[in-house]
Design a protein around this ligand. Structure first.
Ligand SMILES: CC(=O)N[C@H]1[C@@H](OP(=O)(O)OP(=O)(O)OC[C@H]2O[C@@H](n3ccc(=O)[nH]c3=O)[C@H](O)[C@@H]2O)O[C@H](CO)[C@@H](O)[C@@H]1O
Ligand SMILES: C=C(OP(=O)(O)O)C(=O)O
Length: 437
């Protein structure tokens, strides 16, 4: 059995806490242009993929967000050397000294759990506690563990500690059927399958664009993965990977948030470095609610103009290509300041209506029952003191504040900093009065 000595010298880089209150003066009308940061949900598994390679992986257009800081800390801790210059991160995975993902960082970020699959692939073992991340539902990891077991890992769970070990020859390719197209579990299968012996086929895989990006990145590193964008992924195991460089694409959820801001406030905006095709359904719904949208797939730009109160919508979240759950709260925010009745069905995370309570404190007329919300639009909303309950929920409150009379103070925005480089900077670039306080 491959053993990794647990030197675990604590090279813990403190994940810095910044100011975590946002002040926004409304109502606003927006006009401006912004480049969209690199995608959080794409870059985190790519960073984990660097563990698989005994050499250098360079990622460019990496967003400056806390989850990336957290992943850098995990990689440094296990023995990789991460060197960051602006939006470029170079990861040297030559030495892995420790197969234990440190508790401190696991509790901060959901994506920490996929490091387990990469460690198993590279050194045949890994240890982790249950991952943190946004509190938007139960978020079990049974499918992740099923994936690893299918590939031959033995999993031991004791007091919240998970230990996974491959047999002496390492992981072995297998057919894996996912009971749900979980994004994280699909990433887990990709990371664990790349260096496994033989062929791995994942049926019922997630089809999110971030999975496609991970497949592209792994193939650039020398892996052999086919089927990206479909529900069946075929991974032909390889012996080793090679040095590579990969550019992370723009974050469709961040873009969707700023489009929602224009929907709430009115005005116009040009968003650069984002693929309109990744936001097909949200853009169609925004048009249905009254926006004028122009998409440029070649230049990777979206233009939006909104000159009326948003009309009511019916939407239901689901795995891609259905409506993304991560945009549910920003949509709820602009619909709350709209004209007419909307209905939202949240099918992915059962706890993702917490932000509705905060929107109600801003005068929003929202009624939730189970997985369903009914929203009666009203304008303007009322500014007040509200709390960011989760990452997208915090951003959604900023969206609502643009359609509220007075100064809104959004407290506890540490979750927002996990995923947005600087929400206030970007909203100011669109003409809003938004400041960290
Ligand atoms: C870092 C990252 O990429 N986060 C994204 C990822 O989260 P994440 O990878 O956690 O989301 P999943 O697709 O795994 O979860 C979807 C559903 O499956 C359930 N489930 C998941 C795994 C499992 O082992 N067992 C299980 O029951 C979850 O509780 C949830 O109800 O995809 C979500 C769905 O698009 C997004 O909202 C998150 O922003
Ligand atoms: C839920 C999200 O993130 P995480 O899975 O990292 O908690 C999100 O990005 O909206």
């Amino acid at each position: 059995m491959l053993r990794v000595e647990r030197i675990c010298c604590l090279r813990r880089q403190k994940v810095g806490a910044r100011l975590s209150t946002i002040h926004i003066k409304g109502p606003a009308r927006l006009s401006g242009e912004i480049s969209i940061q690199g995608s959080k949900n794409a870059v985190l598994p790519m960073m984990a993929a660097a563990i698989l390679h005994k050499g250098i992986t360079v990622l460019t257009n990496v967003p400056m967000i806390q989850d990336v800081d957290c992943m850098v800390s995990i990689l440094n801790y296990i023995g990789c050397r991460c060197n960051r210059k602006g939006s470029t991160v170079e990861i040297d995975g030559t030495e892995i000294e420790c197969a234990q993902i440190p508790d401190h960082f696991v509790s901060q970020m959901r994506s920490s759990i996929i490091v387990l699959g990469a460690l198993l692939g590279r050194v045949g073992e890994g240890e982790s506690r249950y991952p943190g991340g946004c509190l938007i539902g139960a978020r079990p990891i049974d499918i992740h563990l099923q994936v690893l077991e299918c590939l031959g890992a033995r999993i031991l769970e004791e007091d919240g500690q998970i230990t996974a070990r491959a047999s002496a020859g390492g992981l072995v390719g297998a057919e894996i059927r996912l009971r749900y197209p979980s994004v994280g579990a699909t990433e887990q299968a990709l990371l664990a399958g790349v260096l496994a012996r033989g062929m791995t086929i994942v049926y019922g895989a997630a089809r999110e664009p971030e999975i496609g990006q991970l497949c592209d990145c792994l193939n650039r590193m020398g892996a052999r993965v086919r089927g990206a964008g479909t529900g069946i992924l075929v991974i032909e195991g390889v012996e080793e990977l090679r040095d590579s460089r990969f550019a992370v694409r723009g974050d469709r959820i961040v873009a969707g948030t700023y489009l929602s801001a224009v929907m709430a406030a009115g005005g116009k905006a040009w968003l650069k470095e984002v693929r309109p095709g990744e936001l097909e359904l949200p853009l169609n719904l925004m048009q249905q609610a009254g926006a004028v949208i122009r998409r440029d797939e070649v230049q990777e730009e979206i233009f939006i103009s909104m000159n009326q109160r948003p009309g009511g919508l019916l939407l239901e979240t689901g795995p891609y290509p259905a409506f993304p759950t991560d945009l549910q709260s920003p949509f709820m925010a602009f619909l709350a300041a709209g004209d007419g009745e909307s209905r939202i069905r949240e099918q992915v995370f059962e706890g993702r209506f917490a932000t509705a309570e905060e929107l109600k404190r801003m005068g929003g007329r929202i009624y939730t029952e189970g997985r369903e919300a009914v929203i009666q639009g009203i304008y303007p909303l009322i500014a007040g003191r509200v709390t960011a309950r989760d990452l997208r929920g915090g951003a959604a409150l900023a969206v609502a504040a643009l359609a509220a009379e007075g100064e809104t103070v959004i407290e506890d925005c540490r979750h927002v900093e996990r995923g947005y480089e600087d929400l206030c900077r970007d909203l100011r670039a669109l003409g809003a009065q938004a400041y960290w306080g």
